[in-house]
Design a protein around this ligand. Structure first.
Ligand code: PGA
Length: 254
């Protein structure tokens, strides 16, 4: 199994100035070295802090990732960051296809696929996000939308060695609302089946849930069959809360 379960990933989004970002990273390194909490712990700070945080994480169990990358390796792309740059800054992973990129920046499946390909070429593991909107959810189109996104954005030659998929309903992100455990179970079972068809080792591919995960609901979510971990936004900005999610994951794994 390529990644130790559960995979607990924290997407800082556009949060963190130097002082509080470094303090949060230090607190996580400290917390991760104590107590139980097997599995994989990864954080995705803003790009401005990656190099400094990489130094703080050196020798710890906490992995570093970027929040997005360009499909090109270098060149005249003002404001963009390439996968080799992230790798050079100390990243092991990168998120692509987050709904805040798909929706807020008009990213298509084809672009997300190109980003995933570039990330893999640079030696980064990829966290590929997919998820339906509220309207699609209400119209009962969730599985069809996820299939379309998966087929359109999965990079060629994908493998569980370097690809993780995160199911994040758009309507659950930052809203405090989540699907029921039964709904997540049904959706993840479907995704597992599809991934088994699309990726040779899809059966062992890390499959995360994301959207309003916090310490209070992490235990229930991480106990759902086919949920290998969680992608956490708001609740990962407090070290105690994020470490409590990790603890909940260790308990669910027992
Ligand atoms: P949230 O964000 O935990 O704040 O809902 C999750 C995400 O966007 O990955």
């Amino acid at each position: 199994m390529p990644w130790a379960r559960p995979i607990i990933a924290g997407n800082w989004k556009m949060n963190g100035l130097r002082a509080d970002g470094l303090a949060l990273a230090d607190a996580l390194v400290n917390g991760a070295s104590q107590g139980s909490g097997a599995g994989t712990l990864a954080i995705f700070p803003p790009a401005t802090l990656l190099a400094a945080i990489a130094q703080r994480l050196a020798g710890s169990q906490v992995l570093l990732g970027g929040q997005d990358c360009a499909p090109q390796a270098k060149g005249a792309f003002t404001g963009d960051l390439s996968a080799p740059m992230l790798q050079d800054a100390g990243c092991r992973l990168v998120i692509v296809g987050h709904s805040e990129r798909r929706q807020g920046h008009g990213e298509t499946d084809a672009l997300v696929q190109a980003k995933a390909k570039a990330a893999h070429a640079a030696g980064l593991a990829v966290v590929l996000c997919i998820g339906e909107t509220e309207a699609e959810w209400q119209a009962g189109q969730t599985l069809a939308v996820l299939d379309r996104q998966l087929e359109g954005s999965l990079p060629e030659g994908a493998s569980a060695e370097w690809l993780i998929v995160a199911y994040e309903p758009v309507w659950a992100i930052g809203t405090g609302r989540t699907p029921t455990a039964a709904d997540i179970e049904r959706t993840h079972a479907h995704l597992r089946k599809r991934l088994g068809q699309l990726v040779p080792d899809g059966a062992s591919l890390g499959l995360l849930y994301g959207g309003s995960v916090k310490a209070a609901n992490a235990g229930e979510i991480l106990a759902i069959p086919e949920v290998d971990g969680v992608l956490v936004g708001g609740a990962c900005l407090q070290a105690d809360e994020f470490l409590a999610i990790r603890q909940a994951g260790s308990r669910a794994a027992r």
